[in-house]
Design a binder for this molecule. Structure first.
Ligand code: MN9
Length: 289
């Protein structure tokens, strides 16, 4: 049976920082804004959350803050991927104790690990807690490209509950979907949400959902209501904004859009840099909701 609680639209949550830690007040305000907009859950501490620019303790604080503020209203998926298995297992144990509903992880970072090592990594993670583990497949950032058969092998590990799929190989997504009807699959490229849903995704996880949850939810709802024309209309609207955001950098732009909406979310951590005037003017011209 598919876990319905995990399905739907889940913003890949941006992290708000102070000079030396997590800005818990801003995080709580933002998660409430997203919950009020009607999203189904949150994906915490992933790429959009600048996870590799945070310490382990900061990642724990962030997750606790999110669960405290909206854990009773929304499904919370804790991303625990990092450079070491030891670090990921520690974050996984913490996430279970803190009350997360599922775990997720990118393929192990930096080195070119063999498939044997990648699979073993997910076995270790899936064996560490009772929570379902969502594989995060994002070859463009990790450099790890897995074949359909390799993904199927990892998805067959007990406790692996599904996959976040950030790739445009929708043939692969459709094949995997057909092989695992009871697991949960998420589209990862916001600009192709309709395509992912058409390939059988149960929802989406994305960074631009942080600043236009209503438009993204309209895509999802129209698609679920068997109205692809309306879904595509909202996708085109979303893509106007996504094209600009991609031009100037996703996370700095997403935070700037929130600021322009009167919900200052601070700056990204270095090596990211504050946006220049041209970018800010282009973002001001967008209509996003
Ligand atoms: O998978 C996000 N990918 C990255 C999630 O953060 C690399 C997406 O939401 C993209 O940021 C978005 C813009 O390309 O689709």
């Amino acid at each position: 049976m598919k876990n319905q609680k995990l399905c739907g639209i889940l913003p890949a949550l941006l992290t708000a920082f102070t000079d030396d830690g997590i800005d818990c007040a801003k995080v709580a305000r933002h998660t409430k804004y997203l919950a009020d907009a009607g999203v189904h859950g949150l994906y915490v501490g992933g790429s959009t959350g600048e996870m590799i620019l945070m310490s382990e303790d900061e990642r724990k604080t962030l997750l606790e803050t999110v669960i405290e503020s909206v854990g009773d209203r929304l499904t919370v998926i804790a991303h625990v991927g990092t450079t070491s298995t030891r670090g990921a297992l520690e974050l996984a144990r913490h996430a279970e104790k803190a009350g997360a509903h599922a775990l997720s992880s990118v393929t192990p970072l930096y080195y070119r690990y063999s498939f044997r090592e990648v699979k073993h990594y997910y076995e270790r993670l899936a064996g560490e807690t009772v929570l379902p583990v969502i594989i995060y497949n994002i070859p463009v950032l990790t450099g790890t490209t897995l074949s359909t058969d390799q993904l199927a092998e990892i998805l067959s590990i007990p406790n692996v509950g599904g996959m976040k799929f950030t790739s445009s190989d929708f043939f692969q997504l459709e094949r995997i979907r057909a092989m695992f009807p009871d697991k949960v699959f998420y589209n990862g490229s916001d600009e192709m949400l309709c395509s992912g849903l058409a390939a059988g995704a149960d929802g989406g996880i994305g960074s631009t959902y942080n600043f236009m949850p209503k438009t993204i939810l309209s895509i999802y709802r129209a698609f679920r209501a068997n109205d692809p024309a309306t879904a595509l209309k909202y996708q085109a609207k979303a893509n106007e904004a996504i094209a600009t955001v991609l031009k100037y950098g996703v996370m700095p732009s997403a935070k700037m859009i929130l600021k322009l909406k009167g919900m200052d979310h601070g700056e990204c951590r270095e090596p990211f840099m504050p946006l220049g005037e041209e970018a800010i003017e282009a973002l001001k011209a967008l209509e996003v909701e």
